[in-house]
Design a protein around this ligand. Structure first.
Ligand SMILES: *Cc1c(COP(=O)(O)O)cnc(C)c1O
Length: 359
């Protein structure tokens, strides 16, 4: 994180200065400019900046009129915010299992989870891998469901020449600092082609106001600050280059680690992976991580529990097989990968991993 911000430090300082000098900090010109630029980047007409990725999902659901009594299907191996957003909207999350190859929502499992109360599907482009959008969109068309992409880990991912954000009915992005496109604090956006949905998210993020001091529905306060928006504007032109570098590092890892017995992320032609994370699977995670740590290589686990394995959400696991998600929760390990990682550092990771697995 520190490496990324120091690389663009002077641009960040200048952006900060512009907003401070301008003096409009909330829903000002920087937010409007960023919304236009990010919408254009995603290949859609509208982007609406909100307070976080979680809020983006919640407000997108509410903008489609999804709430109490409605079921929303999502993947069991996501992080908690996806599910928290569904419950904050007042709807009921329904978990479905994932495809072991892509680690994203299995369209067959999603189809089985559909009931007469299902209103929407939230596929998660986990780790920067695009979910199987063609299959999910045709399921949604058959059953008249809304599809909202959770693109919090997938800024810039492409499928058939279209980017995340343009593949579903709407998409939610997070600009949490560690994401592929990150602010210097919390932030998020809803992107969509549909004017009415964008307008409604805009209302919902500002107390349901149609105009100043006239609330036509119950809303809340969830806006992307102009300071963050202006800083994001300075980062957006770097995003494709950063993603290219992530892919380059990932293919270096994939080539070098092919014979190690670790299960590696696959590039399946389901869209260009943007490697928010490089996640391998191992049967003996505890010793793998311990030995790497002893060799000076830090690893992380995304995520150690599937959703229904959290005490807060254990009721969501009943009556459904979530075996793949459970296995992944026990086996996944994220190796160091970010755009600023050097070739030498990547080679040191590779050497340490090989050494550890050959022991
Ligand atoms: C980060 C993340 C979110 C939530 O974003 P916040 O900005 O932290 O609220 C949602 N879904 C996924 C998959 C994420 O990685």
């Amino acid at each position: 994180m520190r490496r990324r911000t120091s690389a663009v430090r002077s641009q960040v300082d200048a952006a900060f200065g512009r907003v401070v000098d301008d003096g409009r900090f909330v829903v000002g010109p920087s937010l409007e400019a960023f919304e236009q630029e990010f919408a254009a980047y995603c290949g859609v007409e509208y982007a609406v900046g909100v307070g976080s990725g979680t809020d983006a999902l919640e407000l997108a659901l509410r903008a489609f009129g999804i709430g109490h009594g409605d079921e929303v299907i999502t993947a069991a191996n996501t992080c908690v915010p996806t599910v928290a957003a569904i419950t904050c909207a007042g709807a009921t999350p329904v978990l479905a299992d994932v495809d072991p190859a892509t680690r994203t929502l299995d369209p067959g499992a999603a189809a089985e989870a559909v009931t007469e109360r299902t209103r929407a599907i939230i596929p998660v482009h986990l780790y920067g891998q695009c979910a199987d959008m063609p299959s999910l969109m045709s399921l949604a068309a058959e059953r008249s469901l809304i599809v909202i992409e959770d693109a919090a880990q997938a800024h810039g991912v492409e499928h058939g020449g279209m980017r995340a954000g343009s593949l579903g009915d709407a998409a939610a992005f997070s600009f949490y600092p560690t994401k592929n496109l990150g602010a210097l604090g919390d932030g998020g956006a809803v992107v969509t082609r549909t004017q009415d949905i964008a307008a409604r998210v805009r209302r919902l993020r500002s107390y349901g106001e149609l105009s100043r001091y006239e609330s036509i529905e119950e809303g809340r306060n969830s806006r992307l600050d102009d300071l963050q928006a202006e800083i994001l504007r300075t980062q957006l032109p770097h995003l494709d280059g950063w993603n290219r570098r992530r892919r380059e590092l990932a293919s270096r890892y994939r080539d070098a680690l092919a014979d190690t017995g670790l299960r590696l992320p696959q590039d399946l032609g389901l869209g260009r992976h943007v490697y928010h994370l490089f996640v391998v699977e191992t049967d003996d995670r505890v010793s793998f991580r311990r030995d790497l740590s002893a060799a000076g290589i830090g690893t992380l686990v995304h995520y150690p529990r599937a959703i229904h394995q959290h005490p807060a959400y254990c009721s969501l696991g009943s009556g459904v097989s979530l075996e793949v998600s459970e296995r992944l929760a026990a086996q996944v390990v994220s190796l160091p990968l970010y755009a600023e990682l050097t070739d030498d550092e990547a080679d040191a990771v590779i050497a340490a991993v090989k050494d550890v697995v050959e022991r």
